[in-house]
Design a protein around this ligand. Structure first.
Ligand code: FAD
Length: 331
C-alpha cells in the first residue's frame, strides 16, 4: 500500500505529537507513525497485575510560557496534576505527573489530533528515509510505504541517522557532524510490585544523583498512579552501560539486593527489568531542531536532543520543527 501525505512525523512521543498539533492548528495535513504499540514513547506506563508503574519519565517541570499554556489545559482536563513541590522539601516549583500514568499526556494529545482527523498509525516501523524528485519516500516493516513532501523525525538521533543511512540520504558535513556528536545515556528501570506499603515516605519520590546507583526511586502508589504498592528504580548511566549485556536475571537479583532499603519488609509480588537504550541525550544540540534538508522537501530532525533533555524540551522541539515547516512552505 502506498500513501501520500504533506508532512510525515516519525514518532508519537511528546515532540512528534506537539509538532503534529502545531501543524494541524496552522491548517496543515500530517500523518504520524510510531513503531510502538501505543503513543507516548518515553512517557511510558506499564501495568503489572493490579499495579501501574511509570518506567520512563517520572515527572516534569514547566519553565517556559509555551509549555505552561499547554500544561494549563492538561491540568484543566484532569490529565495532569501536581505531584509535589520538590522531593526533599518544598522549593516552590511544582513537579507535575499524570494520575493515570505519564502516557496519559500523550494519549490526551493523540485524542485531540484524531478528533481533528489526523491518522496516528502505531505498530509501524519506518526502515529508511529515501529521497525522491519531489519529497521523501519511506518504506515500513509492514507492506506500507509513504510519500511525503516533508518529514519530521523525532526518533532518538542515532535511530534517525540509521534511517537516513539506510536511504542513502546525504547531509552536508556540518549538519552530519552535529548529529553524530549527539550521544545518549542508557537507563535500566527496575520495576517491583509489592504486597504491602514500601519504605518510602510521602510524596513517594527520591531524586538522587548520577553518583548513586539509583538516580530516581518512585513509589507509584504514594504518587497516586498505582492502586497497589509498586516501585520504579532508575539505574545510573554508568552501571546501565556496564551491565547492558549481562544476564537479566542476574542484573535483577543484584539490583533487588541494592533496592532492599526502599522495599523494606514488604513481600515482593513481581519484578521486571525495562531497558532504555536512549533514555536521554548526554550532549544536546543547542538549537530546538535541525533542518537537515530543505530540498526536495523539508527533512527536520527534532526531539529532546534539541529542545533540552526533558519533557518540556521535547515539547518545544516539536513545536519548533512544525514552525520551520510552516515558515518555508504554503499550506
Ligand atoms: C528512564 C527515563 C527517565 C526520565 N525521566 C524524566 C523526568 O523525570 N523528567 C523529564 O522531564 N524527562 C524525563 N525523561 C525524558 C523524557 O521522557 C523525554 O525527554 C521525552 O519523553 C522525549 O520525547 P520525544 O518525543 O523527544 O522522544 P520519544 O518519547 O522517545 O519519542 C520518539 C518516538 O519515535 C518512535 N520511533 C523511533 N524509531 C522509529 C521508527 N523507525 N519508526 C517509527 N517510529 C519510531 C519511538 O517508538 C518513540 O515513540 C526520562 C526518560 C527516561 C527514558
Amino acid at each position: 500500500m502506498q500513501l501520500n501525505t504533506e508532512t510525515l512525523i516519525i514518532g508519537a512521543g511528546l515532540s512528534g505529537l506537539s509538532a503534529a498539533q502545531t501543524l494541524v492548528r496552522s491548517g496543515r495535513s500530517v500523518l504520524v507513525v510510531d513503531k510502538g504499540r501505543g503513543v507516548g514513547g518515553r512517557l511510558a506506563t506499564r501495568r503489572i497485575g493490579d499495579a501501574t508503574l511509570d518506567h520512563g519519565a517520572q515527572f516534569f517541570t514547566v519553565r517556559g510560557d509555551m509549555f505552561r499554556a499547554h500544561i494549563d489545559q492538561a491540568l484543566a482536563a484532569g490529565v495532569v496534576d501536581v505531584w509535589c513541590n520538590g522531593f526533599s522539601g518544598d522549593d516552590g516549583y511544582p513537579r507535575y505527573y499524570c494520575p493515570n500514568g505519564m502516557t496519559a499526556l500523550a494519549k490526551w494529545m493523540a485524542e485531540d489530533l484524531r478528533a481533528s482527523g489526523v491518522t496516528i498509525a502505531t505498530g509501524e516501523r519506518a526502515t529508511a528515509i529515501e529521497e525522491t524528485v519531489d519529497g521523501w519516500h519511506l518504506p515500513f516493516e509492514s507492506e506500507t510505504a509513504l510519500r511525503a513532501t516533508n518529514v519530521i523525525s523525532t526518533a532518538p538521533v542515532p535511530q534517525t541517522l540509521d534511517l537516513i543511512d539506510a536511504g542513502e540520504v546525504s547531509l552536508d558535513a556540518e549538519r552530519r557532524d552535529a548529529l553524530d556528536r549527539i550521544s545518549y545515556k542508557p537507563t535500566m528501570a527496575l520495576l517491583v510490585t509489592l504486597e504491602a506499603p514500601s519504605a518510602l515516605d510521602a510524596p513517594g519520590g527520591e531524586q538522587r544523583t548520577e553518583d548513586d546507583l539509583f538516580t530516581f526511586i518512585s513509589d507509584n502508589h504514594l504518587k497516586g498512579v498505582s492502586a497497589t504498592p509498586a516501585l520504579t528504580f532508575h539505574v545510573n548511566g554508568q552501571v546501565s552501560t556496564d551491565r547492558w549485556d549481562d544476564n537479566p536475571a542476574i542484573v535483577i537479583a543484584d539490583l533487588l539486593h541494592e533496592a532492599q532499603p526502599w522495599i523494606g519488609d514488604a513481600p515482593i509480588v513481581d519484578v521486571q527489568l525495562k531497558t532504555w537504550k536512549y533514555a536521554g541525550p548526554y550532549t544536546p544540540h543547542p538549537e530546538r531542531c535541525l533542518v537537515a534538508r530543505t530540498s526536495p522537501g523539508n527533512l527536520i530532525i527534532a526531539g529532546d536532543a534539541f529542545g533540552g533533555p526533558k519533557v518540556e524540551g521535547a515539547f518545544n522541539s516539536g513545536v519548533a520543527a512544525a514552525q520551520a515547516i510552516a515558515g518555508t512552505s504554503a499550506p
